[in-house]
Design a protein around this ligand. Structure first.
Ligand code: NAD
Length: 378
């Protein structure tokens, strides 16, 4: 069967869905791999590296010649429509925000696997792109903050005086938040973190952070995810968070609810109450933002309430793409491992009795298999 690896068309997207290492893995499964010329350049892999690994490099993929189509970003509806019925796709699909693509995939009779839907169970960890890409984002976001922060992160005791460590507050302690805590600790900051799921307290502590315990009832949904707060509880949460925000030098927000807009955790007034020179980075900026007024891809100076300067509010955008080599290395392994799970004797044949395969399948045989997406679209 022929697997196509596309050159990502979205400007600014620098990742690729296969590396030379995973091409070797896929060809060892008996699959033939075609790579679109230049697909790996931004992540450090030239065409020759793919050829050496056993792929064929083509100027343009012809979707009609492929049995499997691998991508990073969700397909455009018009790309989905060019695929043959029965083609298997593997990549990110953003089903909640790309309904036109989902409908186009179903209409084209494509068997689409959305990496966002891979169940968060131990057996599927090697295919979990949400985790692998959040790891990259959580690391990168701290570096972005450190570059903008006009002070050191670590404590320095020098002959010229003592410099206290930066106080970093992380809101949302999922995969990205925990990685942010670990990275800020490695840089020497004093780190505290909050999450609405009480279960995250031990994880925060194990990363070296101090858990912020608000007097708010636990809100845990299914599968280890948070649930949306009612508006009055969201208001109370913001009130309780306000003093912690005001005391922070750097704040990183990562809170998310699957399939929903990001929860608003921090108001404009809360940001304005911080000290001048403070930095706020919102990793949820692309899905609505945790911080009022954030704009994805932009640094916004917010005047302090005291009138003594500004706080830099950063809307993080395309975070994993800012580290394309390692983000692609991990993403490509996720793709290859999911394909390996479905391949027998050189044929990709999804077995829907497997909960990972069934869970990750978005469309098949002309229908939308993922029930929440089907319900939202109908
Ligand atoms: P996510 O990206 O959906 O959300 C990030 C964090 O935001 C979560 O920790 C969530 O609790 C938090 N959050 C949501 N609303 C909030 C609010 N109002 N205030 C404060 N925080 C809020 O989450 P994620 O990083 O994908 O992880 C979700 C869960 O999945 C975690 O429990 C994680 O441990 C688990 N997980 C399991 C596996 C596995 O078993 N294979 C893999 C990865 C993650």
């Amino acid at each position: 069967m022929r697997v196509g690896i596309r050159r990502e068309p979205l400007p600014g997207e620098r990742r690729v869905a296969a590396t030379p290492e995973t091409v070797t893995q896929l060809t060892a499964l008996g699959l033939e791999v075609q790579v679109e010329s230049g697909a790996g350049i931004a992540s450090g892999h030239g065409d020759a590296a793919y050829t050496d690994a056993g792929a064929t490099v083509v100027p343009h993929l012809n979707a009609g010649d492929l049995d499997v189509y691998c991508h990073v970003r969700p397909l455009a509806p018009e790309s989905a429509a060019t695929l043959r019925p029965g083609t298997v796709t593997v990549g990110l699909a953003s089903p909640a925000s790309e309904p036109a693509t989902v409908s186009a995939l179903a209409a084209a009779g494509v068997t689409a696997f959305a990496l966002e839907l891979v169940p968060r169970i131990s057996r599927a960890q090697s295919m979990d792109a949400l985790t692998s890409q959040s790891l990259v984002s959580g690391y990168r976001v701290v570096l972005e903050a450190a570059i903008r922060f006009p002070r050191f992160f670590p404590l320095y005791m020098t002959a010229a005086g003592t410099i206290p460590p930066a106080r970093v507050l992380v809101l949302g302690a999922g995969v990205a938040g925990l990685q942010a805590i670990a990275t800020a600790k490695r840089l020497g900051a004093r780190v505290s973190a909050y999450d609405v799921r009480p279960a995250s307290a031990d994880e925060v502590t194990s990363m070296g952070g101090t858990f912020v315990n608000l007097d708010l009832d636990a809100v845990e949904g299914t599968g280890g995810y948070a649930r949306e707060l009612s508006e009055d509880r969201a208001v109370r949460q913001r009130d309780l968070l306000a003093p912690y925000v005001a005391a922070a030098d750097v704040m990183i927000t990562t809170a998310a609810i699957p399939g929903r807009a990001a929860p608003l955790l921090v108001t404009h007034d809360m940001v304005a109450a911080m000290r001048p020179g403070s930095v706020v980075i919102d990793l949820a900026a692309e899905t609505g933002g945790n911080v009022e007024g954030v704009v994805a891809g932009r640094d916004t100076p917010v005047p302090t309430r005291a009138g003594d300067g500004t706080v830099t509010l950063v809307g993080m955008k395309d975070a994993p793409s800012t580290m394309p080599a390692d983000a692609s290395r991990l993403f490509a392994k996720n793709v290859a491992n999911l394909l390996a799970l479905m391949t027998r004797d050189g044929q990709v044949t999804p077995d829907f009795t497997d909960e990972v395969v069934a869970g990750a399948c978005l469309t098949h045989d002309g229908t939308i298999r993922h029930e929440p997406t089907a319900a939202a679209i109908s």
